[in-house]
Design a protein around this ligand. Structure first.
Ligand code: NAD
Length: 473
């Protein structure tokens, strides 16, 4: 700890703290031979894990969750250091991860495997059918940088519960928390080979996806990379579950509670320092409330405390690295060049980007529809009718989440039902996902759903029919 950044060395990944620039660890990048050997180990270990009775798999998963709880402070701190996420948010991510592994494990145990009588069909009156849910085998999991631990639990949780092995590739930016979790899995009694990280970037990820021993991919990240990887899997008919980008709209109708809108918009946009997939990234507001919402958000943004993620007073930490912050700076500059006005923020200092509010945004500007800004930036866009609000929200190529504010539940539901998104929250930010939700997006925000439904997805269904086993009437 505490080394300063040195020149990049081939084959070595330096994980840095974006707040201080300190190098937290130097990890060897997995070589092609190591990736190959990792997949081979997973394939060799998986059948025995699949044959392990469910109650024993459940016990191991709970032992792991217990260890996560015991090590919560250490893991939260590590996550805050490597990702720049404020400590309180890192703590809540580790708590969510722990809760989710328990949840997946308990649901696995409680799954019904009931048999069916086939007497709805003539000639099958004495027959029974039961369905065996066989694991797929080795599942590849590729993670983004923003919620490494929690998003992994949505992949490894159902995969391991159902008897699969997982080879996971964390982001280059913040692999340390999930590497530590790998040690805890072994301590919890998970057999070697069932949960294995491989360290590296795009080349390691591509090798994983191209390997025919990988039976399915669960990918969370950008739309461009997701599409590229899905193309590789399609060629061998292997499923790809894709959780991709978003540009979620928050629609504010003219009878909304402005103070609620402001507080939800600020919390939703600034979670994870503005780098959430689901987050209100566009505020579309009916004209009557435009000034009040704009002023309210700009005031709050202007007063936010930026600083060290480990400092309890910090509300906003750095972006994941300097080039990400420069990218956000460029997107703001471009939007201003297109005619938008900077109300507050807009400045970058190293990896930090001041919370930014843009006014004068029109439908023609990229930020109003298809440009996902991964940083603390909010365009506030006035509209003259509810129809116009819905039309602008749906004009995006994305459809991940969204929200609508109104004091009239009927009006709010009308909007909610017409938004082309996988989630709509009424009178709250669309940022966040319920543990029980089948989560995912429309359009370019992804394919498939993630959540408890994956217990039914990370398996092959085998129907076994027992003929003439019931007594004749
Ligand atoms: P990214 O697409 O750059 O990287 C995601 C992962 O893919 C990383 O592990 C990266 O190393 C790997 N990767 C990159 N190029 C690859 C290639 N050619 N082959 C194989 N692997 C490759 O995304 P990011 O910057 O880490 O995350 C931000 C993006 O993720 C945003 O667009 C965000 O909206 C999206 N996201 C979506 C969800 C969701 O649930 N829908 C959740 C979190 C993040």
């Amino acid at each position: 700890m505490g080394m300063t950044a040195a020149a990049p060395r081939p084959g070595i990944l330096a994980v840095t703290n974006p707040a201080s620039g300190a190098v937290l660890a130097e990890l060897p990048v997995a070589t092609p031979a190591e990736v190959d050997a990792t997949i081979a180990r997973a394939q060799a270990a998986q059948p025995a894990w699949a044959a392990t009775p469910r109650h024993q798999r459940h016990r191991v998963m709970h032992a792991f969750a217990d260890l996560m709880e015991e090590h919560a402070d250490e893991l939260s701190r590590l996550l805050a250091e490597e990702s720049g996420k404020p400590l309180a948010q890192s703590e809540s991510e580790i708590a969510a991860t722990t809760r989710l592994y328990r949840c997946y494990s308990e649901r696995m145990l409680a799954r019904s495997e009931a048999a069916e009588y086939l007497d709805s069909q003539p000639g099958y009156e004495r027959d029974l059918l039961f369905t065996r849910h066989e694991p797929l085998g080795v599942i590849g999991a590729i993670l983004p940088f923003n919620f490494p631990s929690e998003l992994l639990s949505h992949k490894a949780g159902p995969a391991i519960a159902m008897g699969n092995a997982v080879v996971l590739k964390p982001s280059r930016e913040d692999p340390l928390t999930v590497l530590r979790e790998g040690e805890l899995w072994l301590e919890a009694g998970l057999p070697e080979g069932i949960f294995q990280p491989v360290v590296g970037g795009a080349a390691v990820g591509t090798q994983l996806v191209e390997d025919p021993r990988i039976a399915a991919l669960s990918f969370t990240g950008s739309t461009e990379v997701g599409i590229e990887l899905a193309g590789i899997l399609t060629k061998r008919l292997a499923p790809a579950f894709l959780e991709l980008g978003g540009n979620d709209a928050m629609i504010v109708l003219d009878d909304a509670d402005v103070s609620l809108v402001v507080s939800e918009a600020v919390t939703g946009r600034l979670a994870c320092n503005g780098q959430c997939c689901v987050s209100n990234k566009r505020i579309i507001v009916e004209a009557r409330l435009y000034e009040a919402v704009l002023q309210g958000i700009a005031d709050r943004f202007g007063k936010l405390v930026m600083g060290d993620p480990l400092d309890e007073a910090t509300e906003l930490g750095p972006l994941i690295n300097q080039s990400a912050a420069e990218g956000v700076e460029e997107e703001v500059r471009r939007t201003v060049a297109e005619g938008a006005k900077l109300v507050t923020g807009g400045e970058r200092q190293g990896c930090y980007f001041r919370p930014t509010v843009l006014s004068g945004v029109t439908r023609e500007m990229a930020i109003a529809t298809d440009m996902e800004v991964f940083g603390p930036v909010l365009p506030i866009i006035p509209v003259s009718s509810t129809e116009e609000a819905i039309s602008l929200a749906n004009a995006s190529r994305y459809g991940l989440s969204g929200s609508v504010f109104s004091s009239d539940i009927g009006r709010a539901l009308d909007v909610a039902l017409r938004l082309q998104t996988g989630q709509v929250v009424v009178n709250g930010t669309g940022q966040g996902r319920a543990d029980v939700a089948a989560f995912g997006g429309y359009k370019y925000s992804g394919v498939g759903r993630e959540g408890l439904c994956c217990l039914d997805e990370f398996v092959q269904n085998k129907n076994i029919v027992l003929r003439r086993v019931l007594p004749a009437n």
